[in-house]
Design a protein around this ligand. Sequence first.
Ligand SMILES: Cc1cc2nc3c(=O)[nH]c(=O)nc-3n(C[C@H](O)[C@H](O)[C@H](O)COP(=O)(O)OP(=O)(O)OC[C@H]3O[C@@H](n4cnc5c(N)ncnc54)[C@H](O)[C@@H]3O)c2cc1C
Length: 402
Amino acid sequence: MNEFVERRVELTWRKPKRAYDVVIVGGGGHGLATAYYLATRHGITNVAVIEKKYIGAGNSGRNTTIIRSNYGIPEAVSFYQRSLELYQQLEAETGRWMMHQRKGLLWIAHTEAGVRAERARAEVNTAFGARTEFVTPREIGEICPRIDLTGGGVWPVLGASYHVDGATARHDRVVWALAEGAMRHGVDIHQRLAVTGLLREGERVVGVETDQGPIAAGLVLSATGGHVTTLAAKAGVRLPIRTHPLQAFVTNHYELAFDQIVASSNLLFYVSQTARGEMLIGAEIDRQPSYSDRSGYHFLQNCSFRAMTLLPFLRNLRILRQWTGICDMSPDYSPVMGQTGVDGFYVTTGWGTWGFKAIPAGGEQMAELIATGRTPALIAPFALDRFAKDRTMADRGSAGTH
Ligand SMILES: Cc1cc2nc3c(=O)[nH]c(=O)nc-3n(C[C@H](O)[C@H](O)[C@H](O)COP(=O)(O)OP(=O)(O)OC[C@H]3O[C@@H](n4cnc5c(N)ncnc54)[C@H](O)[C@@H]3O)c2cc1C
């Protein structure tokens, strides 16, 4: 894959036009992937992606890069498995090295209830196409010898689900490759252009107001991450989304010897190792809804304590860097994709703490919906009207932590 390293990304910046067939608000992974698939799969190229900062400035450039499909309900397993498979081909398709690496993911259980949950996860995964098996403590020790199987004497390791295809990819490389691919096909991407309102004709959304003037659109898609409710409100759409901060940190480098991704639902943290040797650690959202991207010492203290319980070698490392993103959390921990009930206005949201892995399939499926006007079967269960119809997609396997 190293032949990709030296070639510069070719991004072609053009001036905004007055009108597009499709305007996508938000230059994160989901907005860019939708533009990419609209152009490459459907030949729809009169498309603008409008980003108020720079592409990848939101969570798509702040996440812990974990890709997995070991979800807890059939619809989610099928959707994320599609995404995992698209990721496996994306480097070859775009000609860009994304540092995609299959690592395997251990999801550790420390209680009898946890063991039942991980066994159930393995069953539902296997039934719907994801490769996950239940493994014993002895097998865990063989897969990842650095785990303290006594859990510091407090959280003994009783078993785990082992998701063989769990992977990571470099987040900003994913963003740049999709942007490059979309631009190469004629899509416009505008950075430092903020959408400040929506243009309406009667009930219909017919474009966006920006800080540099109006832009007409046949259709507007919000892919605005944690800011989605403020934009949707301008179309009169009330979404069941709350915005919560999510923090993460990396340590200084450690010998490149930690090959897996390890997560613990009871200790509420997960860890992998970056290509630079840093240990990359994340946990659950901040409980208080907020748009703040401030990081805090409390999180660091708590999370590192829990991580050291299972991985004592972390004690010898130092924390190098900490950061925060703001997440669009849905009440059932599943995404919300599709029409909103307002003509001309679509959303891709509810990506919470788990949407990086969904970028290819989310983009592919939203592009198909926009191009054909029909909701693809894979994302039909994730429509917004599921809340009104009392058909929520509650998924305990979704955000264990990520
Ligand atoms: C610390 C952390 C760790 C995570 N770890 C993982 C992980 O390991 N695996 C995983 O699958 N997911 C993970 N996630 C979640 C994942 O990063 C997100 O779900 C995903 O990146 C969302 O992509 P997006 O394109 O929807 O949003 P974003 O990437 O947030 O993009 C939205 C963009 O919209 C722009 N925008 C907003 N409002 C406007 C406006 N009015 N006008 C113009 N532009 C606007 C923003 O500037 C932003 O760039 C993590 C998130 C965080 C914060």
